[in-house]
Design a binder for this molecule. Structure first.
Ligand code: NI
Length: 174
């Protein structure tokens, strides 16, 4: 079922998420709704607080689409109770958007490489080490679980531009 996406200013986007304890059919149903809502909005990631549910659930689903023409393709990956550890201290800046911050893009610093420990919908434990754009999405979605958005990571107001300008720069007129 499609959920309403919380827009910046809603309290839920400032609320730290609670850990998931019950890995049951209700959780699976919520994950299904999150995925449907994300795909419908051309998102490449989403976190439960974005649909007004302050639980530590996020989906990483990089895929080239109209909002992210250059994103690498992957199958959607559900991460529950994720814990991020930076690998090294190196950060790189890259452009980000957010379904909860419509119409804007920000040039945001993120760790280049991270370890992520998480549980799947059945409660099984997993660990991955990711770099680059996927590491960026994980850090972006994880921010939603600690009550932050990319707006909190902006270093300079010149690093914030309209989404329309961002997409125009990506695809110059032929
Ligand atoms: Ni977001």
């Amino acid at each position: 079922m499609l959920k309403v996406i919380a827009q910046v200013g809603e309290d839920v986007l400032r609320t730290p998420a609670s850990p998931v304890i019950h890995f049951d059919s209700k959780l699976q149903s919520l994950v299904d709704d999150l995925l449907e809502t994300m795909l419908n909005a051309n998102g490449i990631g989403i976190a439960a607080p974005q649909v007004f549910i302050p639980s530590a659930i996020m989906i990483i689903a990089s895929r080239a689409n109209a909002r992210y023409p250059d994103a690498p393709d992957m199958d959607p990956l559900v991460m529950i109770n994720p814990v991020i550890t930076p690998v090294g201290q190196s950060k790189i800046k890259g452009w980000e958007g957010c379904l909860s911050v419509p119409g804007l893009r920000g040039f945001i610093p993120r760790y280049e490489s991270i370890d992520v420990k998480y549980q799947d919908v059945l409660g099984q434990h997993h660990a991955v080490q990711w770099s680059g754009f996927l590491a960026r999405i994980v850090q972006h979605e994880h921010d939603h679980l600690v009550g932050k958005t990319w707006l909190d990571r902006v270093e300079s107001m010149t690093d914030v531009i309209a989404e329309s300008v961002f997409l125009k720069q990506l695809t110059p007129e032929k």
